[in-house]
Design a protein around this ligand. Structure first.
Ligand SMILES: *Cc1c(COP(=O)(O)O)cnc(C)c1O
Length: 341
């Protein structure tokens, strides 16, 4: 039994999900004639109270499309220094949109309204790039699954409105935040111009993201997606997996959070662990004491068939997910309790 805790993207579609994919009604989505894709786009848009949605093969493409949608070449976007849009999308903001990133030194990947206000370049000072977009990540990835309070997001929204900035949410793991904080997608739809969400993280689908926004924005996003090579034909087979995930796999994220918290508590009592960052959702980040190496931890756990990943600088990461079952959890708890370096 191999226990892979490197990411929540390692899940494989369940038998039931595959059945729903096999049964999908499909058509050519480039002509907007795929009923399963249309249905998913409408369902997600409806959840967020937005006019329209657009299906994407990846969260990266959905985010990159949003950035292109909201900026002109030479502009600057504001995001946390750990943001996925800056760190893990291959420099796409610069490559696709000719946009630079103004990085904020946030708290576990989360930024504040005051920090955003301070980072805006005066629009009449033509020497500086024009600030045009704020990107928020919720939950934060590198920040260890932290989630925002709605009030902070409302305060940032106010700064955006006052300064004529667009507001995008990278919600790859928004489902985890919704469950952990008992929030509703509509509360995010109200605030943001666009929201991207993923089905291929905690929700267990093999592929798929949706971007939601106004009808006019999604019409423009359709052209951008085409340019990026994201127009797919019988994509309904993939959309069906997303629909299955939406219907069956959101509520159970609670279990992933519970297990991550249990592991966090356990680790904080072990002599070789220096610190454990607060666990709010399904991501657990901890660091080893000076004199111990992360590589050694990874290697020794691997010998017990448990796979976790390194984040550098003495930090390690565990991510719980749909395919991490209770029996595996019991085994990991036992193994860690007796684990010595
Ligand atoms: C995974 C992830 C994405 C999208 O990644 P893809 O691999 O392109 O689907 C975007 N933002 C965050 C925060 C993520 O964790």
């Amino acid at each position: 039994m191999e226990i892979n805790l490197i990411s929540d993207t390692v899940t494989k579609p369940s038998h039931e999900m595959l059945q729903q994919m096999f049964r999908a009604r499909v058509g050519d989505d480039v002509y907007k004639q795929d009923p399963s894709v249309n249905e998913l786009e409408e369902a997600v848009a409806g959840l967020f109270g937005k006019e329209a949605g657009l299906f994407f093969p990846s969260g990266t493409m959905a985010n990159q499309t949003a950035i292109k949608l909201h900026t002109q070449p030479g502009d600057e976007l504001i995001c946390d220094k750990w943001a996925h849009v800056y760190n893990y999308e291959g420099g796409g903001a610069a490559f696709n949109s000719g946009v630079s990133c103004r990085l904020i030194d946030g708290d576990r990947g989360m930024i504040t309204a005051q920090q955003v206000r301070d980072a805006i370049n005066p629009p009449d000072f033509y020497h500086s790039p024009l600030t045009s977009l704020v990107c928020i990540e919720n939950t934060t990835n590198k920040g260890g699954g932290a989630c925002y309070d709605l009030q902070t997001l409302r305060d940032i929204k106010e700064v955006c409105t006052q300064n004529n900035l667009k507001y995008h949410l990278d919600g790859a793991r928004l489902w985890n935040a919704l469950v952990a904080k008992r929030q509703h997608p509509r509360q995010f739809g109200e605030l943001f111009d666009t929201v991207s969400i993923c089905f291929s993280k905690g929700l267990g689908a093999p592929v798929g993201s949706v971007l939601v926004g106004s009808k006019a924005d999604m019409n423009r996003a359709l052209r951008i997606r085409k340019v990026l090579g994201g127009g797919m034909r019988q994509a309904g087979y993939l959309a069906a997996a997303g629909m299955y995930a939406l219907q069956h796999n959101v509520g159970r994220l609670e279990e992933d959070h519970r297990r991550a918290k249990q592991l966090g508590q356990l680790l904080s009592q072990l002599p070789w662990v220096k610190s454990v960052e607060p666990v709010e959702t399904n991501i657990l980040i901890f660091s080893v004491r000076d004199g111990y190496s992360e590589a050694a931890v990874i290697e020794k756990l691997k010998q017990k068939s448990i796979f976790i990943s390194s984040m550098g600088q003495g930090k390690l990461r565990i991510v719980t997910h749909l395919d991490y079952k209770e029996v595996m959890h019991q085994y990991v708890v036992e193994t860690l309790s007796r684990f010595t370096l």
